[in-house]
Structure formats: structure tokens, C-alpha cells
Write a protein that binds this ligand. Structure first.
Ligand SMILES: Cc1ncc(COP(=O)(O)O)c(C=O)c1O
Length: 482
């Protein structure tokens, strides 16, 4: 049981993180045993989240044994305003009462029309149209089709380390945050060309710590890929996350974006910006691309657009790309009235002024508490963030900057033991925090201080690492991806 260290203390004693059983607790263990008899193999992996949730209260998760955790996962970004934001929940329930389930792609309704208008109103300049979608994965599929249709070209340029979903063959093939994503299902579709995602901390052809000028990644594209592998005029579009999410929170430089967008202009490549994770306030602005004034041709939204209501995603594009397209992005469950009502209420929360101000407070708190760990702890190689999108990269030592996935695993598990649930995937070495954008700052501060304490404790007795990344320690070989 841990008590809060924040001076402001808990609002009420039972609504503050505390863990009073070993994890999993007895009731969680019983439920896991039942689940393991019927669930598919990947759902039997309980190492990363060793408890069974029974309810959520705003930014806290309560398990069946009464343990309470600070939620730094936020439904993997899909609950940006806490568990059940009042206006979103009310809008969802009211729409469900009034319309029930409806196929918006066929029978259109006023709530969907209002949402489409609101999305176009907040979109980057040049984006004039929106297409219904149900998930980030399906938005990516439609976005790539649109780029190919608009240009009549076959190839898509993608970056290593990105994640775009994994259920479909295309998304598994473009997702390279872990090789297992596509090798598990032999999903290697053609029409793709890859370059490493720009990173300033480590670069693929250098050993040793950066900072690196990340325009060298554009040099690679222009002096190698376009010379040796694919003609620039064969490329339809560039599929890129504005900040690398699952791949470890890498924030490209303004100079990289200038070079990439210049190449798009020169060669007629459509810029397909995947803001499924970075969009809707996560990075401190409505869309992360605003930090560099990016003007995508195609903009993909998911996760946060649902606002904690019902599943929904969107594909947005310029007049040229979407004004006369034959590409169809819908499906039975895309844009149900209840999902549209929740998303529409969510846009009001996002644009109320207070939400983005809180994201700035979250970033400032993380910089103050977590960034100094780079100088203090040998195994903290780098701390990176943009808004409420935060990553801590663990290394064996500062000189070699060899990845330290086992250190990461132990940190994550000890944080959970102390009541903090962050984002991890076994086998990776960047620990991620993506709290609800509205998380009370005293709770986030307490969570950061707890994480910093855990890192110091683990550093005092660091676990052994596997000799190489290919032999990294992942119990049962398991990894989990979103
Ligand atoms: C950048 C990005 N694109 C697409 C997806 C896939 O979204 P979904 O899980 O809703 O299919 C994800 C999921 O994590 C993502 O992070």
C-alpha cells in the first residue's frame, strides 16, 4: 500500500492509487484462470496488466480485488477525457435511445452530418472532406487506397517503427514497430517501400548516442531509396505518423518535415498523416502536425476521436483527393448515431480551452520530474515527449546505448505494483505514458514521482539483459500490440 506523496493529497482516501494485494490478486487470478480456458492465446498474456478491471472512475482503474491504479493508458488513447466524461456519455446514451443502431453509410442522420461539419471545421487548412470509418486500421486502408486512386501510382513510402494496425494484411505489412506483427501471419503485401523513421537519439548506421541531425533520413531516401529501389514517380503517397507512437515517441525535427514535404511537392506524393494516436489533443495541439504547420492531403483519425464514447474513426482529405473519389470507407458499424454523438460532444471538450491547457501542464510536469533522470540514472538513455505523449528509453549504459528491454519490463511491473499503469509491450525498451488529457495534475505528478522512484530502485540493482535484441527476454515469447 502506497500513500500519495503529492502535497495536495488524495481527494478521498479510496479514490487514490493503492495496491494492497500481490498481483494478480486472488479474484483476478480466479478470473484469469477462467479466461485462459476459453480465450485465444494472445489474450492469455497477463504479464503486462496483472489484474482484472471491475470499473473505472475518471482517471483511475479499480480491479476486482479493490486495488486502484492511476490510468496512464487512457484506453490506448481512446478515452482522452477520463473514463466516462459526462457530456460524452450523456450524448451517447441519448442518441442510442433516439436512433438505436443505424447504418449511417446508408441511412444518413443529423448527428453524423453535424460531426462531419465539426471535423472539417477543426481540420488543417486544405482538408475539406470526411469519410466515415470504424477503426484506425480501416482508416489506414482507405487512406492508402485514396492516395493510389488520386495519383494512379502503386507505391507507398512507409517508415520503420510505425504502427498502423495489424488485423488486415496491409496494416500488418506497414506496421514495423515489431517484426512479429507481420511475421505472425506472413503478411507481407507488395507496393510498399520502407525507410527508417527519423530519430535523434539513435541512428541505424551509427553506434553510440546522438544527438543526430535527422535530415540524414531524408538523405537516405533521396540518395539510396529513390536511386536504387523505386522511381519517385512510382510513389503515390507517404504514410507517416507525425510523432512515432508505438515505435517509441520520436519527434522529428522541423528540418526533417521541411525536406519531406518538399519531396512530396516535388514528386507529387500525397502526404498521408496517420494521426490516429497523435491527433485530437494528444500532442498539445488539436493535431500534432500543427507543430510544423503540416498540410496533409489525407488525414487519418481514430482513438481519441471516439472521446471515450463508442468506436469511431475518420478519413479526411482535400477536395482533390476526396471530392470525386470512388473509394468507399464505410461499413455496417461505421459512424453509428451514438458514436457520432459522443465524438461530437468530445470535440467540444477538446476545444474548450481548458483541455489543451491541461495537456501543457502534463508536459511541463513530465519534463520537470522525468527529464532529469537522463543525467541521474545510467539506464535512462532519453526522455522524449510532445504534449501528453511521453516516452522513457532504457539502455544498458550511456556509452553503448544498447536497448534494455528487461530493465523496461521490471520498471513497468514495479510501477503496477505501486499503482501506476503505463503503456508497455514486452520486448520493447521505451516505457510510455499517455494519460487522459484531463488527468488532474496532482494525480499525474504523483504518478511521475512514483515512476521516478521505481526507476531509481531498479537502477540500484539492474536485471541482466539478453545478449542481443533477437534473444530478448519476453516470457512465453509473448508481445502485445495495439
Ligand atoms: C498510429 C496508429 N494508426 C493506426 C492504429 C490502428 O488503430 P485501431 O487499433 O483502431 O485499428 C493505431 C493503433 O494503435 C495507431 O497507433
Amino acid at each position: 500500500m502506497n500513500s500519495p506523496t503529492s502535497p495536495s493529497g488524495p481527494p478521498t482516501p479510496d479514490l487514490w492509487p493503492h495496491v494492497s494485494t500481490p498481483l494478480p490478486g486472488p479474484k483476478s487470478a480466479e478470473l484469469f484462470a477462467r479466461m485462459d480456458k476459453v480465450a485465444a492465446a494472445p489474450m492469455q498474456d497477463h504479464d503486462e496488466v496483472p489484474f482484472v478491471e471491475v470499473r473505472k472512475e475518471d482517471c483511475l482503474i479499480v480491479d476486482v480485488d479493490g486495488n486502484v491504479f492511476a490510468d496512464l493508458v487512457a484506453g490506448w488513447g481512446a478515452t482522452p477525457y477520463g473514463a466516462t466524461p459526462a457530456t460524452v456519455t450523456e450524448a451517447v446514451v441519448a442518441a442510442q435511445r433516439n436512433y438505436g443502431m443505424e447504418i449511417t453509410d446508408y441511412v444518413q442522420n443529423d448527428i453524423a452530418i453535424e460531426l462531419a461539419e465539426k471535423l472539417v471545421a477543426i481540420a488543417p487548412p486544405g482538408i475539406t472532406r470526411v469519410m466515415v470509418s470504424l477503426s484506425g486500421t480501416l482508416a489506414v486502408e482507405a487512406g492508402v487506397k485514396l492516395a493510389r486512386e488520386a495519383t494512379g501510382r502503386p507505391m507507398i513510402l512507409v517508415f520503420h517503427g510505425q504502427y498502423h494496425g495489424e488485423v488486415t494484411y496491409l496494416t500488418a505489412s506497414v506496421s514495423t514497430d515489431l517484426a512479429e506483427v507481420n511475421s505472425a501471419s506472413s503478411a507481407y503485401v507488395g507496393g510498399l517501400v520502407f525507410a527508417p523513421y527519423p530519430q535523434q537519439f539513435r541512428a541505424p548506421f551509427h553506434r553510440g548516442p546522438g544527438p543526430y541531425d535527422d535530415t540524414l533520413y531524408m538523405d537516405f531516401i533521396e540518395e539510396w531509396l529513390l536511386v536504387h529501389q523505386v522511381e519517385p514517380t512510382q510513389i503515390a503517397g507517404v504514410l507517416i505518423e507525425p510523432v512515432l507512437g508505438e515505435g517509441g515517441i520520436h519527434v522529428p525535427s522541423a528540418a526533417f518535415w521541411e525536406r519531406l514535404t518538399a519531396a512530396c511537392d516535388r514528386w507529387g506524393w500525397k502526404l498521408i498523416l496517420d494521426e490516429v494516436q497523435t491527433g485530437m489533443g494528444r500532442c498539445g495541439t488539436v493535431f500534432a502536425g500543427e507543430h510544423w504547420d503540416l498540410r496533409p492531403d489525407i488525414l487519418l483519425l481514430g482513438k481519441g476521436v471516439a472521446a471515450g464514447g463508442q468506436p469511431i474513426a475518420a478519413v479526411m482529405a482535400t477536395e482533390e483527393v476526396m471530392g470525386t473519389t470512388d473509394v468507399h470507407g464505410g461499413g455496417t458499424f461505421a459512424w453509428t448515431p451514438a458514436a457520432c454523438a459522443g465524438a461530437s460532444a468530445g470535440i467540444d471538450v477538446l476545444t474548450n480551452g481548458e483541455t489543451l491547457a491541461n495537456v501543457a501542464r502534463i508536459e511541463e510536469t513530465a519534463r520537470r520530474i522525468l527529464s532529469p533522470l537522463v543525467d541521474e540514472v545510467e539506464q535512462v538513455g532519453d526522455v522524449r515527449m510532445l504534449g501528453a505523449f511521453i516516452g522513457i528509453e532504457f539502455v544498458t549504459d550511456k556509452a553503448s546505448i544498447k536497448p534494455a528491454p528487461e530493465f523496461h519490463r521490471v520498471v513497468h511491473q514495479e510501477c503496477v505494483n505501486r499503482g501506476v499503469l503505463g503503456v508497455t509491450q514486452l520486448g520493447k525498451w521505451v516505457y510510455r505514458l499517455q494519460p487522459p488529457l484531463t488527468m488532474p495534475i496532482e494525480l499525474f505528478e504523483w504518478a511521475c514521482e512514483t515512476i521516478a522512484d521505481v526507476i531509481r530502485d531498479v537502477a540500484a540493482n539492474p536485471p541482466p539483459e539478453a545478449p542481443s535484441l533477437l534473444e530478448r527476454i519476453a516470457p512465453d515469447g509473448g508481445t502485445r500490440r495495439r
